[in-house]
Design a protein around this ligand. Structure first.
Ligand code: SF4
Length: 212
């Protein structure tokens, strides 16, 4: 029997990434007693189970409102705060739009993208590969956070005061530059050091310029 892994999340809302009790109960019964369910550090549950049943199981999980994502070397679903300031002030709508487009891209190493609704950053955005922090009506973008190892470091400010309509194109561009220029298994923090933030700026800016 071949075992395959995939990720499950409840998405997020005001209050954070909340599983409803019936969703958790359904998860246990749908995947069955032989599956393993692992709590990851990036707000996804990983399910490892018999590959032959995966399609049917994933369809049933979607029917109870759970999101299904690939595991492994992909960009993860957005890792957000709990939006304690409320949906509007903490930017729930833009976070949902960002989540829809940033998750599940194949990348050289797993990519974690964080979001915080204010500068208190209770979702620890500066420990993520790419992070967006809402600062009243604009957004700051950080890159290169590394929480692992004895050389852990915090992300550095990459762009300040980004307008809402520029945010998604910039983050998508950062993902695409990593896809094109990252080496196999290179972590994003190592990639940022190698390519340099200045070069990344140049690449992002040139991709955002209107084409003649
Ligand atoms: S980052 Fe700000 S808005 Fe989000 S949960 Fe923390 S304090 Fe609340």
């Amino acid at each position: 029997m071949a075992i395959k892994k995939f990720a499950v999340t409840p998405g997020f809302e005001v209050g954070g990434a909340l599983f409803r009790p019936e969703q958790l109960a359904a998860l246990g019964s749908i995947v069955g007693p032989d599956a393993q369910i692992e709590m990851t550090t990036f707000k996804q549950l990983y399910v490892a189970m018999d590959e032959d049943r995966i399609f049917e199981v994933q369809e049933q999980l979607k029917q109870v409102g759970l999101e299904v994502h690939p595991a492994g070397f992909v960009s993860k679903s957005l890792i957000t705060c709990n939006f304690c300031l409320g949906a509007e002030d903490a930017g729930l709508d833009i976070a949902k739009k960002l989540d829809e487009v940033v998750a599940d891209h194949k990348v050289p190493s797993p990519l974690k993208i964080g979001y915080a609704g204010c500068a208190l950053g209770t979702s620890e955005p500066l420990l993520k590969d790419i992070a967006v922090v809402k600062m009243k009506d604009v957004f700051d973008i950080y890159i290169g956070g590394e929480p692992k190892g004895i050389k852990a470091n915090i992300g550095q400010l990459f762009m300040k005061g980004v307008m809402e309509d520029e945010l998604i194109p910039i983050v998508l561009q950062l993902i695409s530059i990593f896809q094109e220029n990252g080496k196999k298994k290179e972590t994003y923090s190592r990639f940022v050091k190698r390519i340099t933030p200045e070069k990344l700026h140049e690449l992002v800016n040139s991709s955002m310029e209107p084409k003649a």
